[in-house]
Design a protein around this ligand. Structure first.
Ligand code: ACO
Length: 454
């Protein structure tokens, strides 16, 4: 099969959100800390009637319907998630209800879990399946679904929630350039969730994205991974890879400031490799930092500021179009990278044909891959304009309901008690859900979960 990749996409996020500006006031944070400091606008969250399973059911049903896909035509279903509802039963098995209804139980695949990387693992599994001898000619389907919530404190504004579904097959408008993939995986303790009694990550001072991870793993990682991917690019294309070889860069987004800094680091690496993308005046501004050792450069605030400043025009052109949904929804973990990608389709679908998009997937622990897509117009219904229209990003964002910080905190308190609990009924308040949305009705005395559809 040729041009294997993403044929179709859809996204679902809860209709409930809290404004970061209001949260700043409520939390007593200084004005601008969440909006400018972290770069976030708004945060989506699930109320007691929604969770990662209901969001998956909703997004899969919606994708099948909007692209008119016969559920029998799905031969592989892979889920990426780091939200633990059951330590054994996969989210995939819940989604099978949709396919069982059509007598299709011949569907390979289970869940992939490693922090925010599970969605990328699921995507690669589907793409590799279509490219393999095991492929039976049907579609692959990938679901990335997560709900990120944090205990009260500085990390709370970095939550988020969404589910993304992607249909995989040949002749795709969004095809993989598999040859240029660069992967870096190793054992580190950066962000992890060892406390199984709580949905929240444990707060480990000094081990947060903002400090430790960025310096000790993320920046060196960006160097290693671009070097790996770039050397493969060079081998096949016969020229050095630089930022100018890609039209857009899409990053996993724990919060937007980290994306700004990540791209600046990519730019600094291009400067060190003396690529043509770095202009003369930028070279002059970065020159003083060439004397720093690797470790010193990771710690240097001056370098961080200078590289962000000189990279800004390229950030605006090549990164900013991907930031809409991550800024509006927050960190959707496995769905974050693909919601960022959906933002590019939403913003730029008219001009993407023939362009390249570099994707940077990161999951703590750590797992990461840099890979790229090549864009074509595609055939209806699998065309870029149709994908943009199904994603329907503006309307979905506009019809959301802004909730007060007090109500948000109250909901999270309730969910703390519900986490891992049995024998309860939800409020069944579906007033904010659009017709067709799945919701949780109850969990019985044997922890079995029951969902209904509005
Ligand atoms: N106006 C403008 N900017 C401000 C203001 C203000 N009033 N106040 C602070 N800032 C800036 C700070 O200067 C800083 O920016 P900088 O890094 O460019 O200097 C930024 O806002 C954050 O402020 P800090 O004081 O560093 O924030 P704090 O120490 O409270 O930490 C943070 C907040 C970064 C969210 C931290 O709690 C954290 O890392 N949380 C965890 C998030 C996480 O781990 N996510 C990962 C999930 S796993 C994954 O996605 C891979």
């Amino acid at each position: 099969p040729k041009d294997v990749g993403i044929l179709a996409m859809d996204i679902y996020f809860p209709p409930t959100c809290v404004q970061q500006e209001a949260l700043e006031g409520h939390d007593g944070a200084s004005k601008g800390k969440y909006t400018i400091g972290l770069g976030q606008d708004c945060m989506a969250f699930c109320t007691d009637v929604e969770d990662v399973i209901s969001m998956s059911l909703t997004v899969v049903t919606s994708l099948l319907k909007k692209y008119q896909i016969d559920p029998k035509q799905i031969g592989r279903l892979e889920v990426g998630s780091e939200t633990v509802i059951d330590k054994s039963k996969s989210i995939k098995t819940w989604i099978m209800q949709i396919f069982e209804e059509y007598d299709n139980t011949d569907v390979e695949g289970v869940d992939s879990t490693n922090a925010c990387y599970g969605g990328t693992a699921a995507l690669f599994n589907c793409v590799n399946w279509v490219e393999s001898n095991s492929w039976d000619g049907r579609y692959g389907l990938v679901v990335c679904t997560d709900s990120g919530v944090y205990a009260e404190g500085p990390a709370r504004p970095t939550g988020g929630a969404a589910a993304v579904a992607m249909l995989i097959g040949p002749n795709a408008p969004i095809s993989f350039e598999s040859k240029y993939r660069g992967t870096h995986m190793s054992h580190v303790y950066d962000f992890y969730k060892p406390n199984l009694a709580s949905e929240y990550p444990s707060p480990f001072p000094g081990l947060l994205m903002g400090s430790y991870l960025r310096h000790a793993t993320l920046w060196p990682l960006i160097l290693v991974i671009t070097t790996t991917a770039a050397s493969k690019f060079e081998k096949f294309e016969g020229k050095q890879f630089s930022i100018s070889d890609s039209d857009y860069f899409v990053f996993h987004s724990p919060y937007n400031k980290l994306v700004q800094k990540g791209f600046a680091r990519l730019y600094f690496n291009d400067f060190l490799r003396n690529t043509s993308v770095v202009a003369k005046d930028a070279k002059e501004k970065l020159e003083p930092f060439t004397k720093l050792s690797g470790d010193e450069s990771y710690e240097s605030r001056d370098l961080e500021k200078a590289s962000q400043q000189v990279a800004k025009p390229l950030y605006d052109a090549k990164v900013q179009p991907s930031t809409l949904l991550p800024k509006q929804l927050g960190n959707m973990y496995t769905a974050s990278l693909y919601a960022a990608f959906a933002s590019v389709i939403h913003n730029k679908h008219k001009t993407l044909v023939g362009q390249r998009i570099v994707m940077f997937s990161y999951g703590s622990g750590l797992t990461s891959t840099m890979f790229s897509f090549k864009l074509q117009n595609g055939q209806h219904p699998f065309s870029l304009p149709n994908i943009a229209s199904v994603l329907n990003v503006s309307e979905k964002l506009e019809r959301r309901h802004v909730v007060s910080p007090e109500k948000f905190v109250e909901t999270l308190k309730l969910m703390e008690h519900r986490y891992g609990a049995k024998d309860f009924e939800t409020s069944r308040d579906t007033s904010l859900l659009t017709p067709g949305t799945f919701y949780l009705v109850n969990v019985d005395s044997m922890y079995r979960r029951y969902y209904a559809r509005k």
